[in-house]
Structures are given as structure tokens and as C-alpha cells.
Design a protein around this ligand. Structure first.
Ligand SMILES: *Cc1c(COP(=O)(O)O)cnc(C)c1O
Ligand code: SF4
Length: 430
């Protein structure tokens, strides 16, 4: 029940059944304006209480004054909450709970070592040919499960331009970078002018072949995908968009329109979900989400195991839950609907794909495989002579050699890699 001060200064109570959805209280021209939405984000529990009753665990964190990660919810995203459902998936992703303040022994500030793998501030260079560039720490809605919560919302503002220039300079000087991923925060919270500037700098770098933009605006602020934004983006093709839907309830007419605009203007859209306890950790819910995405021309890309960031342990599932979900998908539905399930390795190992086991056994020339139904068959391998690398590089003169990591064991004369810091190695040194 909501309380507010009437004109007479007395406290009045609005009964639940007379409470209105926030959307009904706003003129459409404001509602459809992304700047209005961003400016009117809900940032206090007082405000939330105008639209729904708080749950005890939400009241508890409010009372504790211990929210270490900023709260901000676009009116649009808030309007999707079913106020009668305490387990509403939109609610769980946007309204903090006391669980965030409860310590967990395995939680870490920066589980992915993004700050350590950072040659210049805001840029993570972990993989050989691509970099992650954080151009703002502002998001239109702060996801309670955010893995980058140490950074997101820190200032609720774009990165200073000197920092971004430094990162662009780094990319210029590192010719192996052919793919730049803009993230944050949410890059689409920036103004068109600022985006235009950053994109044009990157676009001018000859060795940068593609730009990717990670944004949750199609989900939490679909009004942002407007013509003036698209006009800017169109100048810098090829741009790939990665968004972040976690639940079928997020595919509303508004968000579907935002996707359609992106795809119709030539931007491939893919989706990264996080496996979240109580939200999408169920085979039927996940399948519904994936089907809806593909129906809207969004290609599911990754399904992330929830990271070990501080304050999000209540969202975590066992890894085996994700394997079960993939088992329920592969073969059972279009391959196009199936994301790659990955664990982003704690300590900065990067994304590690994990799958059910489909190879049952192997012998020279014989590989025993099973399918999704439990049908078991053997594939007889051909004889295979040693390859002549020159023949291939002759066919494809632009091909670059890949020699790092496990492939170095396969291609080269190296006998072992890794475990450099092991006790055994140190003993043997002495
Ligand atoms: C996820 C990620 C990438 C991109 O990985 P892809 O598998 O190419 O999508 C790049 N850099 C960092 C630091 C990442 O976390
Ligand atoms: S949009 Fe991305 S960066 Fe922002 S809070 Fe959500 S998960 Fe974190």
C-alpha cells in the first residue's frame, strides 16, 4: 500500500487495486523519448513504493543503507513488472535485495581480472586479435546480476575523453587488433555526437575490421533505438550488436520494434544471456526465450555461467544446470537457437565453452558418438596424410599463422605448456 501526503498534509493510503502502472501516468511523447526515460530513472525505494509493495528482502536492503551497487530502473523496465508476482523476473533483475549485502567466501571484486589484463585504462586485451573497450560506466538500468558491478555505475557517466583517446591510440599501435568490442556500462547511453566521434576514430584505423557494440538498451530502454542513432551507426558498418535478454517477458512490442529497426538497417543482432537462478534456469523458460529471440531475428550467442562477482551469489546455479539446459536444446530444437554455454574463467582465463559429452569413446580411426536421443554410432576416420602448410598459405595468401596456446602443442615441436608456477617446477629449478 502506498502512502503519500495529500494537499492537506495528511497521510493517505492508496489501496492496491487502485494503484496504476507507471506507464499510465506518463504522456506518450515523454514515455517514447529515451532522454526522458533516462532522466526519470527510478533510483530510490521511496519511488518504487509508489508502484508496488516492497518485499521484506527489498525493504531490508533499503533499511541497511548498504547498497554497494547503484540502483536505477528505467520507467519502461519498471512498467513490465507484474506487481502481484514476488518472483517476477524483471523485478529480480532490477530491484536490489538484502542478499546483495551478504558476504560469500568465494566472491571477488574482479573475478575476470579485467583490470589486470588492461594495458591502458578502460581497455582489456585478453585475446590475440580483439579488445574490449569500456567507453562509459553508465547504464540505463543497473542489472542486479551485473558481473562488472565494480565499475558499472561508479560515476554514472561517460569515460573522460582523454582515457578513450589513449585506448584508441593503443588500438592504432597494435595491428593485430581486428575486432573492437565497445561496452561499459552501456555505450548507447552516450549522446549521438560522442558515439559518432568514437566510432569515426575506430573506423579510420585500417586494421580494425569490425566493431561490436554490447548494449542492453533494446531490453531496458528500447526507445533509444531511434532514427538519429541508426543514422550514425550506418556510417560505420560493419557493426555487430550484442544485446542481453534473459527472460521471454522482456520481448515486448517495444523491444521487438527496437530489434527490428536494428536488423532492418543491416546490423546483425545477437544475444548474450546470463544463467540466473529463479529467472531462466529452467529448460522450458530458456527454450521459450531462445525461440522468441530467433523469431525476432536475434541469434543467441552466449549463455554465461553467472560469474563470481561480489554480491550476486543468490543468482548462481551449479554449472551442471547449464549443461542440463544445453542437453535439453541440442537436437531438440533448431541449432540456430542454441547459444554457446560458457564459463568465464575466474582469474582471467576467458570464456571456456562447456557442453554435454557427445564423444563416448575413441580408438585409432574409430570415434564413438552419441546423439541427443541416445542413439550411439561409430564414425570411421579416413587415413590422413601430413599437411603441407605451404599449399594452404599459397591458396590463401592473407592467412595469418596461429601459433599460440594449445594449438602450439599440436602444430609445433613444443612438448608442454602451462603450470609454470607449479611447486614441481620450482623444486626442479633449485
Ligand atoms: C568476451 C570477451 C571478448 C570477446 O569474446 P568473443 O568470444 O570473441 O565474443 C573479448 N575480450 C574480452 C575481455 C572478453 O571478455
Ligand atoms: S547493462 Fe550490462 S554493464 Fe550495465 S548493469 Fe546490466 S549487465 Fe552490467
Amino acid at each position: 500500500m502506498e502512502e503519500f501526503k495529500s494537499e492537506l498534509g495528511k497521510k493517505q493510503v492508496i489501496p492496491k487495486n487502485r494503484r496504476r502502472n507507471i506507464k499510465e501516468t506518463i504522456p506518450p511523447e515523454d514515455w517514447n523519448n529515451w532522454r526522458w526515460q533516462l532522466k526519470h530513472r527510478i533510483t530510490s525505494f521511496e519511488e518504487i513504493k509508489k508502484y508496488l509493495d516492497l518485499l521484506p528482502e527489498e525493504e531490508a536492503i533499503d533499511a541497511s543503507k548498504n547498497i554497494s551497487f547503484r540502483m536505477a530502473i528505467t520507467p519502461y523496465y519498471l512498467s513490465l513488472i507484474d506487481m502481484n508476482n514476488p518472483d517476477d523476473p524483471i523485478r529480480m533483475q532490477s530491484i536490489p535485495k538484502i542478499h546483495e549485502a551478504l558476504p560469500n567466501a568465494f566472491d571477488m571484486d574482479d573475478p575476470l581480472n579485467e583490470d589486470t589484463d588492461s594495458p591502458v585504462p578502460g581497455l582489456t586485451h585478453r585475446y590475440p586479435d580483439r579488445v574490449l573497450l569500456l567507453i562509459t560506466d553508465q547504464c540505463s538500468m543497473y542489472c542486479r546480476h551485473c558481473t562488472r558491478r565494480r565499475k558499472a555505475g561508479e560515476t554514472d557517466a561517460p569515460m573522460p575523453s582523454e582515457k578513450i583517446n589513449q585506448a584508441i591510440e593503443y588500438i592504432k599501435n597494435n595491428k593485430e587488433v581486428r575486432d573492437v568490442i565497445l561496452s561499459g556500462g552501456d555505450p548507447f547511453t552516450l549522446s549521438e555526437e560522442r558515439l559518432d566521434e568514437i566510432l569515426s576514430h575506430l573506423y579510420q584505423i585500417e586494421h580494425v575490421e569490425i566493431i561490436r557494440i554490447g548494449t542492453r538498451t533494446p531490453v531496458v530502454l528500447p526507445q533509444r533505438i531511434n532514427d538519429s542513432l541508426l543514422d550514425i551507426l550506418k556510417k560505420y558498418q560493419p557493426i555487430w550488436i550484442n544485446t542481453h535478454f534473459n527472460h521471454p517477458q522482456e520481448l515486448t512490442p517495444e523491444s521487438r520494434l527496437a530489434i527490428a529497426k536494428l536488423v532492418n538497417n543491416g546490423f546483425p543482432v545477437s544475444n548474450q544471456s546470463v544463467l540466473l537462478k529463479g529467472i531462466n534456469d529452467h529448460i522450458d523458460v530458456m527454450k521459450e526465450l531462445l525461440h522468441k529471440l530467433v523469431k525476432n531475428r536475434v541469434r543467441p550467442y552466449y549463455l554465461y555461467q553467472c560469474d563470481l562477482s561480489k554480491g550476486i551469489s543468490h543468482f548462481r546455479t551449479p554449472i551442471s544446470k547449464g549443461i542440463e539446459i544445453v542437453e535439453s536444446l541440442r537436437g531438440h530444437t533448431s541449432g540456430l537457437c542454441i547459444p554457446t554455454y560458457v564459463v568465464d574463467a575466474p582469474g582471467g582465463g576467458g570464456k571456456i565453452p562447456v557442453n554435454p559429452n557427445y564423444i563416448i569413446s575413441m580408438a585409432p580411426n574409430r570415434v564413438v558418438l552419441r546423439n541427443f536421443e541416445g542413439h550411439i554410432s561409430v564414425y570411421t576416420e579416413p587415413g590422413y596424410e601430413k599437411q603441407n602448410p605451404k599449399k594452404y598459405t599459397g591458396l590463401c595468401p592473407e592467412a595469418k599463422e596461429s601459433n599460440d596456446g594449445i594449438i602450439s602443442l599440436i602444430k609445433g615441436d613444443i612438448l608442454s605448456i602451462g603450470a609454470h608456477e607449479s611447486k614441481r617446477k620450482n623444486r626442479n629449478k633449485k
